[in-house]
Design a protein around this ligand. Structure first.
Ligand SMILES: C[S@@+](CC[C@H](N)C(=O)[O-])C[C@H]1O[C@@H](n2cnc3c(N)ncnc32)[C@H](O)[C@@H]1O
Length: 407
């Protein structure tokens, strides 16, 4: 607990963030309250009115806990930069892939929103902040002003009700909530990320509505969206995503270009675990037979979809949540010597060295630094990384956005 009295030496008043976090959790604060308190503590140095202070102080008073933001030692893997070059907000934040990229460019995140409790947990461990929940319930007045809005909004099929295909026709969709915040806060730039399929969805009408809203209703300068493959930016994963960028001012728009692919061409070998991994990642012979049968059935129907073993000098398929997500990216690893199962499996562990990738390998496929903490179960971790973004592709594009804004 925080030392009582007021010692003269400021250093003795310092409290580690991880201890504070533990204490707050022991008080049984709701996630919404943790969001308010952690946003307050994170935002004290931004040099503008801290939107969260009144409510946070009230919550802290109620639990009889005193802490000044300046007395916190941020012993977390991804603290905010001490002297931020710009501010941003992180919507549909997931586990903070976009935040990781934008912080690495010198950005200070002043607001985050993500409603999945397990993703919030991972975010808290890594960034010292609990994102606010449901974006549809967040008033624009609750959101601080910011320079860049980033949002990996979920692809949500929407059909266009009205003839014009603009702002009002997107009402009830999550894109509408992104647009409403852009409209209210007028950031210098935004960066929206979505699945490649958005481009062809409803024969292109959905994307046309999105662009029409951003360009004509909100008055932003939006270059033609680009499909970007993570593989071209230093991770061994074929992951194509659509990037939609916008600028408030034409001068920035005219200076922007999408980043050129890097020369780095890592392969699976570069992201593989350094040590022998648990037998739990190795499949049983019986399960492999099921996978082989499944593939044969699908191949005979003409769709080649099935499990896939990626060689050490290969590149992974896009990691995705659910379905055959993990089975499409099996690897060969002969280092295992002890084959007794540690989990309940049917039959014997295979001796061909075939295993799933580990959550850490998925983290690396997305370009997360190894200091990124994975505090959740494997099942949750696969979901969280599969849902996330390839950090280096975001960072490369973000860098060009900032250059355009600066010039
Ligand atoms: C594609 S993921 C984005 C991942 C994120 N960009 C990252 O780097 O990890 C979309 C996220 O939006 C969240 N989400 C969906 N609907 C939401 C809502 N109404 N309010 C807040 N978050 C929401 C989901 O839980 C999911 O984590």
């Amino acid at each position: 607990m925080f030392p009582s009295g007021s010692p003269k030496d400021a250093r003795s008043r310092m409290m580690k963030f991880t201890d504070l976090k533990k204490a707050l959790q022991e008080f049984g604060l709701e996630t919404d309250e943790l969001a308010v308190v952690s946003h307050y503590l994170q935002n004290f140095q931004v040099g503008r009115r801290n939107k969260f202070s009144a409510e946070a102080k009230k919550i802290l008073k109620e639990i009889g806990f005193q802490i000044e933001p300046s007395e916190l030692k941020w012993n977390i893997p991804f603290p905010s930069p001490k002297e931020p070059k710009f501010t941003f907000i992180d919507l549909f934040a997931g586990i903070g892939g976009m935040r990781t990229a934008f912080q690495s460019l010198g950005g200070k995140c002043v607001f985050s929103s993500e409603w999945d409790v397990k993703a919030q947990e991972t975010y808290f461990e890594n960034f010292g902040e609990v994102p606010f929940g449901d974006i549809t319930k967040i008033e624009s007045s609750q959101v601080p002003s910011h320079d860049v809005l980033v949002a990996g909004f979920p692809c949500q099929a929407f059909s266009i009700a009205g003839a014009r295909g603009g702002f009002n026709d997107t009402r009830g969709t999550l894109f509408f909530d992104v647009a409403r915040l852009i409209k209210a806060k007028r950031p210098d730039a935004f960066f929206l990320e979505n699945v490649k399929g958005l481009k062809s969805h409803d024969r292109g009408k959905t994307l046309a509505t999105i662009l029409n809203t951003l360009r004509n209703d909100l008055g932003y300068y939006v270059p033609e969206p680009q499909i970007v493959n993570a593989r071209n930016f230093g991770v061994p994963q074929n992951r194509e995503r659509i990037f939609i960028i916008g600028f408030r001012r034409e001068s920035a728009f005219s200076k922007f270009s999408y980043p050129v692919p890097s020369n780095q061409r890592p392969t699976i070998r570069d992201i593989k675990e350094r040590d022998v991994v648990s037998v739990k990642y190795y499949m049983s012979n019986q399960y492999l037979r099921t996978l082989e049968e499944h593939r044969r059935r699908h191949e005979s129907k003409g769709n080649g979809f099935g499990f896939e073993i990626i060689s050490d000098d290969g590149v992974a398929n896009a990691i995705v949540v659910g379905g055959m997500g993990r089975e499409r990216n099996l690897v060969i690893d002969h280092r295992l010597k002890e084959f007794s199962p540690v989990t309940k499996i049917k039959g014997e562990v295979n001796r061909r060295g075939i295993r799933r990738m580990t959550p850490r390998e998925w983290a690396r496929l997305q370009g997360f630094p190894d200091k990124f903490i994975i505090p959740v179960s494997d099942a949750q971790a696969y979901k969280q990384f599969g849902n996330s973004v390839a950090v280096p592709a975001i960072a490369a594009t973000g860098r060009n956005i900032l250059r355009a804004l600066e010039s």
